[in-house]
Design a protein around this ligand. Structure first.
Ligand SMILES: NC(=O)c1ccc[n+]([C@@H]2O[C@H](COP(=O)([O-])OP(=O)(O)OC[C@H]3O[C@@H](n4cnc5c(N)ncnc54)[C@H](O)[C@@H]3O)[C@@H](O)[C@H]2O)c1
Length: 190
C-alpha cells in the first residue's frame, strides 16, 4: 500500500509515519512537507535512517503548489492521501490569519482536486474539534454539533472540512474527516 502523507514532519504527522512504518511491513509512505517553523526532518531521523529511499520518501514542497501536487499524484499509485499539513497554532492565527487561509483552505482544495483527478481511492483530512467552538466547564461535542469556529485557525479548518464534504457529495470522492481534540506527546512543537 502507498500513502501520501502531508505535513509529516510536524507533531502528529511524524508520529503517524513512525507508527505506520513500524506496524505495516507492506507500506510505503511519501511525505510532502513545506518545513515551516513547525516541521522538522529530525522528527523522523530514525525513519530516515531505516527507510529513506525505500519505504519512505521525503518531498520538500507546498500543498498549495498547483504543479507539484498533481505531478506527485500522477507519478505514484497512491492508495490514500492523508492531509496533516496545516498552520495549526491558534495564537499565530490571531496575529496573522493569511497563512492559515492559504495553507488550510487553498492547500486542502488543491490536494482534493489533484486527488480527484488522479482517482485516489481514499482521502483522509485531519481536522480538529475546534471547528465546534468552545465548551463551557461542562458539556460535549458530537459529530452532529453545528460548526461554530471562534478563531481564524478554526474557521480555516472548518472551511477545509466543508470543501472535503463538498468533494464527497459532488464527486462521490471517498473523503473522511477526523476531528480530534488536543494531542500531547513526543516532538510536539513547544
Ligand atoms: N496538535 C493538536 O493537538 C491537534 C488537535 C486537533 C487537530 N490537529 C490537526 O492535526 C494536523 C496536524 O497537527 P500538528 O499539531 O501535527 O501540526 P504541526 O504544526 O506540528 O505540523 C504541521 C506540519 O505541516 C507542515 N506544513 C505547514 N504548511 C504546509 C504547506 N503549505 N504544505 C506542506 N506542508 C505544510 C509543517 O511544516 C509541519 O510539518 C493539523 O491539521 C491540525 O489542524 C492537531
Amino acid at each position: 500500500m502507498h500513502l501520501l502523507v502531508t505535513g509529516g514532519c510536524g507533531f502528529i504527522g511524524s508520529n503517524f509515519i513512525q507508527h505506520m512504518l513500524a506496524a505495516h511491513d507492506d507500506l510505503t509512505i511519501v511525505n510532502l512537507d513545506k518545513l515551516t517553523y513547525a516541521g522538522n526532518r529530525r522528527n523522523l531521523a530514525e525513519v530516515e535512517e531505516r527507510h529513506l529511499g525505500r519505504r519512505y520518501h521525503f518531498v520538500h514542497g507546498d500543498i498549495c503548489d498547483q504543479e507539484l501536487v498533481p505531478d506527485l499524484l500522477a507519478r505514484f499509485p497512491f492508495d490514500a492521501v492523508l492531509n496533516f499539513a496545516a498552520e495549526s497554532h491558534v495564537d499565530r492565527s490571531i496575529s496573522d490569519p493569511f497563512p492559515f487561509i492559504t495553507t488550510n483552505v487553498v492547500g486542502t482544495q488543491n490536494l482534493l482536486e489533484a486527488a480527484r483527478r488522479a482517482g485516489v481511492p481514499r482521502f483522509v483530512h485531519i481536522s480538529t474539534d475546534e471547528v465546534y467552538g468552545t465548551l463551557g466547564p461542562t458539556g460535549q461535542f458530537t459529530e452532529d454539533t453545528p460548526l461554530a469556529p471562534n478563531s481564524p485557525y478554526s474557521a480555516s479548518k472548518a472551511s477545509s472540512d466543508l470543501l472535503a464534504r463538498a468533494y464527497f457529495h459532488t464527486y462521490g470522492m471517498p473523503v473522511i474527516v477526523t476531528r480530534c481534540s488536543n494531542n500531547y506527546g513526543p516532538v510536539q512543537f513547544p
